[in-house]
Design a protein around this ligand. Structure first.
Ligand SMILES: O=c1ccn([C@@H]2O[C@H](COP(=O)(O)OP(=O)(O)O)[C@@H](O)[C@H]2O)c(=O)[nH]1
Ligand SMILES: O=C(O)[C@@H](COP(=O)(O)O)O[C@H]1O[C@H](CO)[C@@H](O)[C@H](O)[C@H]1O
Length: 208
């Protein structure tokens, strides 16, 4: 059973190391693909210090394109998407996303932050369809590559595909996990600007 972990990363030099370390120490994961999505910081250099495949995009293309690029390199039974800015990721979180695909009739799991930091857990409870932590069976790789998605609408496009194709999906609560929010990464005004731009992309996609 081959499991590939995909970690898209844009300017995550300070955060990506911990996520890679946890993914590396998870025995279920066979290989890790980091996509450095045209970062201006040292994300590529930091990721390259680990024994993982690092793909460097020449310029920032958005999260959806970073995920699609990595999927083109995947020939595996199960794929797991992990954001590079996760805080408190443990191997047990990764296992809880993968196990249902091994033992149940489930095709995709969607991780929902639970009992971590209030704001991020609350946001994911309200909009679970936005969660970036997902594991899915290999037969869905081509379907996801073929999706018309860009920027931050990857998760909402995948969620729509789940409904349209009646894919068997399950939400998995991930205890004690969070992520660095945009305002923490970029400061208040730029963070809020990036957040609004993300919501605009998502809403535009939902209206199509
Ligand atoms: O243009 C981008 C924007 C984001 N990301 C990555 O996609 C994941 C989720 O993005 P972000 O952290 O901005 O979303 P949030 O977690 O704040 O919702 C993170 O690993 C980012 O580094 C990316 O690869 N390209
Ligand atoms: O939880 C949310 O509301 C958003 C926004 O997170 P921030 O609090 O702006 O860092 O984060 C998610 O949504 C993005 C779009 O679907 C995904 O790409 C992220 O992986 C996910 O964390």
């Amino acid at each position: 059973m081959k499991v590939s972990a995909i970690i898209p990363a844009y300017n995550e030099e300070e955060r990506i190391g911990k996520v890679i370390q946890t993914a590396t120490s998870c025995k279920l994961i066979s290989n890790i693909i980091v996509v450095d999505d045209g970062s201006e910081d040292k994300t590529f250099e930091e990721a390259s210090t680990y024994n993982v495949k690092v793909i460097r995009l020449p310029e920032n293309q958005g999260k959806a394109q970073a995920l699609k690029t990595a999927l083109l390199y995947c020939d595996c039974d199960i794929v797991i998407f992990l954001d590079a800015d996760l805080i408190g990721l443990r191997t047990s979180h990764i296992e809880s996303l993968i196990y249902p695909l091994l033992f149940n009739n489930i095709e995709m799991t969607i991780g929902i932050f639970n009992s971590g930091r209030f704001f991020t857990s609350w946001a994911q409870k309200i909009t679970p369809s936005l969660s970036g932590q997902r594991a899915f069976k290999g037969h869905l790789i081509k379907d996801i590559i073929d999706l018309d998605m860009e920027g931050y609408n990857a998760e909402i496009a995948i969620t729509r595909m789940i409904k349209e194709k009646s894919i068997k999906a399950e939400h998995i609560l991930l205890d004690g996990i969070s992520h660095a929010i945009k305002e923490e990464k970029y400061g208040l005004s730029k963070g809020m600007y990036c957040r609004m731009r993300m919501y605009k992309e998502i809403i535009k996609y939902m209206m199509q």
